[in-house]
Design a protein around this ligand. Sequence first.
Ligand code: SF4
Length: 228
Amino acid sequence: MARSFVSEARRRGLGTRKQRIGPIVERLAEAHSDAEIALHFGSDVELLISVMLSAQTTDVNVNRVTEKLFVKYRKPEDYLAVPVEELERDIFQTGFFRQKTKSIRGAMRMLIEEFDGQVPRTIPELLRLPGVARKTANVVAAELGDAQGIVVDTHVRRLSQRLALTREEDPVKIERDLVKIVPKDDWHRFPHLLIWHGRRVCDARKPRCEVCTIEHLCPSTRMAETTL
Ligand code: SF4
């Protein structure tokens, strides 16, 4: 599927990925000037916990749980001070609660023992925390002000493919393609722009190409079909 979008971009003379990326970012930034992380947090530790809880669930659901969680658990030590079952109960509604509890407690222990209770800034350090994979590390580093890669979630993957910015399916390979063309200064906001555009306009099943601000830059527009 993604492969044919790349051929279509070439066939319609839309320009190369490098030529299109600037206008794509510009147009999306105008259309979604409010695009930012949807998780609610008030500290670096809360950011890390929120992102860890967001696996396999919605940001809205995580915010509902953390609204109470962050009143009760204020520092890394608090997550280790309660019985495992209590923390499991407190995060139950985010799903996969047993695994998430294990990961959170492991991560908090490592923060205390190896990072003076602070959330580390670099991807290699973040990846050492139990339960923290590349996507979580990328989100946390970017929100802490030093994006060291591009977050690839389901929206970023779908839109990057539809826009023929990548031929890949695997998130790690998609990220590798994106960091080659997206200017480093935009690594933080780029995934947010795609995520919000994916939620508001470029729906997985029913993209609203007729109102899309980057329609003229997109090889998978449905408008081309209607004008043929
Ligand atoms: S033109 Fe259609 S398929 Fe392309 S990005 Fe816009 S909504 Fe998505």
